[in-house]
Structure formats: C-alpha cells, structure tokens
Design a binder for this molecule. Structure first.
Ligand SMILES: [Fe+2]
Length: 224
C-alpha cells in the first residue's frame, strides 16, 4: 500500500481553502471585466444575449445531468437532483427562450456557430464523467450565472425588453445552488477523490473560455 500525501481528507479540506476561493476569484474577474453596457452597440448587446441563450438553453440541464451520472457519493446526489428538479419542473429553458425572444435576441445560426468550438470542448470534457472535475465546473457555472444575471437583465432592458422572469428567478435561487455544489464537491472528494495528477480546474478553464466567447464573440480571436 502506498502512502499518499494527497489523501481524500486533504483534498476535501482543499475544497474550502483553495478550490472555492479560486473559483470565486475567477468569477469576480469575469464579472468586473464585463464591458460597460452603455459603450456597446445594440447589435453587440444582442450578440451577448443570443450567444448566452445558445449555450444555456440546451446545455445547462444536459451538463447537470452529466454531472449527476458521474458522481458516486450519496452526499453529492441530492444537490444535483434538487437543482435538476427545479430546472425541469419550472421549465427554465422556457423562461430563457421567452427572455431572449422578448429582447429580440433569439440566437441565429451565426450566434450558435460563434460559440460552437468552445461549446464542443465543454461537452466532450463533461462526457468524460470525471465527477470531481465536473462538480467544480458546475459550481463555477452556477456561481457565474448568478453573478451575471443583473448584467444580463440590463442588456435586455437596454434593448427595450421588460420580460425578466428568467433573470429574476436566477439571481436569487442560484446562491443556494452554488453552495450546494461546493458541498457536493466536498462529499464526492471524500468517496471518489480526483487522481492527484489531474487538474481539478480543467473543465473550469474550458468553461471560462466559453464564457469569454459568449461575452466577446469571435472578435478578438479573428483579430489575433
Ligand atoms: Fe435555471
């Protein structure tokens, strides 16, 4: 038997002391660097709303489900099931579609293809069903979405929309969901720790790149 200095207990302690602060810091950086809405053209505002919708409408429940089927610990499961129950029962994709249509920002093929490469990477990553990495990714996603809601609502309002059910619901309920996902991450780490050679932030980084493309489109990539 080998003695590991990276035991499940140590990994679990690292969730609160290292993983959670790092994810929160990444979210802070993304939120504070968002472009000022009054400096954006109407088309740029539409593009952010449309690319966000292209990613979230069809993928959030899919990715939460992928995370659910990846976990082995009983402690992680209830957080994911509760989240999915609410998503499905309240039909959050319906709310999001209404929100995008009302802002005249329902995604076109161009919007969907602008996020395609980054979206594909996240889909394939979550398809590996690596529980701890998937939970870290979804905690980052849920935390980001909650912090992004005010900005998203302001974008829609700047396009003349008053349909705000989606942003109202997600600005509130996801605070509890995000903590639930960190709790699930800790529970899973106890039972099914990540291979010490793996990077716990691998999926987080892929999702961060996708969020960057949602906000900025392909503009900086084409210029590079
Ligand atoms: Fe939702």
């Amino acid at each position: 038997m080998t003695t590991s200095t990276y035991s499940p207990q140590l990994q679990n302690a690292a969730i609160e002391s290292f993983v959670k602060p790092k994810i929160e810091g990444l979210i802070d950086d993304l939120i504070t660097s968002l472009p000022e809405i009054n400096t954006l053209t109407s088309e740029e505002r539409r593009g952010i709303l449309a690319r966000y919708t292209a990613v979230l409408e069809g993928n959030f429940i899919y990715w939460m489900t992928a995370t659910l089927i990846s976990v082995r610990s009983e402690g992680a499961r209830p957080h994911l099931l509760e989240n999915l129950d609410e998503e499905v029962r309240e039909a959050h994709p319906v709310m999001l579609r209404k929100f995008a249509v009302a802002a005249h920002a329902f995604p076109t093929d161009t919007d969907a293809l602008a996020v395609d490469a980054d979206l594909t990477k996240v889909r394939q990553f979550l398809g590996r069903l690596s529980a701890v990495q998937s939970l870290a990714t979804m905690a980052f996603f849920e935390g980001y979405i909650q912090r992004f809601m005010g900005y998203l609502a302001n974008l829609a309002a700047a396009r003349g929309s008053v349909e705000m059910e989606y942003t109202d619901v997600h600005g509130v309920c996801d605070i509890a969901h995000t903590q639930g996902l960190f709790d699930a991450l800790a529970a899973e780490t106890e039972v099914n720790p990540l291979d010490p050679k793996a990077d716990i932030f691998e999926g987080v980084e892929l999702l961060r790149a996708l969020i960057h493309t949602i906000v900025y489109g392909q503009a900086d990539k084409l210029a590079a």
